[in-house]
Design a binder for this molecule. Structure first.
Ligand SMILES: [Zn+2]
Ligand SMILES: [Zn+2]
Length: 182
């Protein structure tokens, strides 16, 4: 399993404690080395003036272009992301590929008494989820598996930050299917 690099590519600063938490949880979820590093700049050419959001496919292209040649790369951002068929997405990844992106933009909705702790938990789940796609995992139907599809923050809150045993097994299975996924 390849190591993971995390870049903060958002506009505003992100608390180091949040980045460290994501780093620790990814290391635990995938059993690989995870490091936070400085990106060479911020993504360009991703803004869609009509939607007033950033197109995730262009974010992924940018990460591929400027990212390190080996390992997995997760870009974390505070910018709102979309794909043409959906109002917004929490993130996107290249299935079985090198790059993934996750957004914090919608993760503060309905935080309630959970506050920043809940926000951090959501970002961890979305990060583990997108990296799962980058390691070749598809969406999962097992309740509470982190690879279940989330259409809103309530879905994110309902799942755990862990891979179910089947997803965990698939991670190490050679020649698993690599169909396209959103
Ligand atoms: Zn997904
Ligand atoms: Zn699963």
């Amino acid at each position: 399993m390849e190591p993971i690099t995390i870049w903060w590519i958002g506009e505003r600063a992100m608390a180091p404690a949040v980045m460290e938490r994501v780093q620790q949880e990814l290391a635990q979820a995938y059993g690989v080395a995870v490091r936070c590093a400085e990106p060479p700049g911020r993504p360009s050419g991703t803004w869609d003036p009509k939607r007033r959001q950033h197109l995730t496919s262009r974010m992924l292209s940018w990460l591929l272009q400027v990212g390190p040649p080996g390992g997995k790369l997760l870009g974390l951002t505070d910018q709102d992301l979309f794909i043409p068929i959906l109002t917004y997405v929490f993130g996107e990844a290249q299935l079985g590929g090198r790059v993934a992106v996750a957004s914090a933009a919608r993760l503060r909705e309905d935080l309630g008494p959970g506050g920043e702790g809940l926000f951090m938990e959501r970002l961890v789940k979305e990060s583990v989820h997108e990296l799962g796609h980058a390691y070749g995992l598809l969406h999962c139907q097992v309740p509470r598996c982190v690879m279940t599809r989330a259409a809103g923050v309530r879905d994110v809150d309902e799942k755990s930050r862990h891979l179910c045993p089947r997803c965990r097994h698939r991670l190490t299975e050679p020649g698993r299917s690599r169909h396209a996924v959103e």
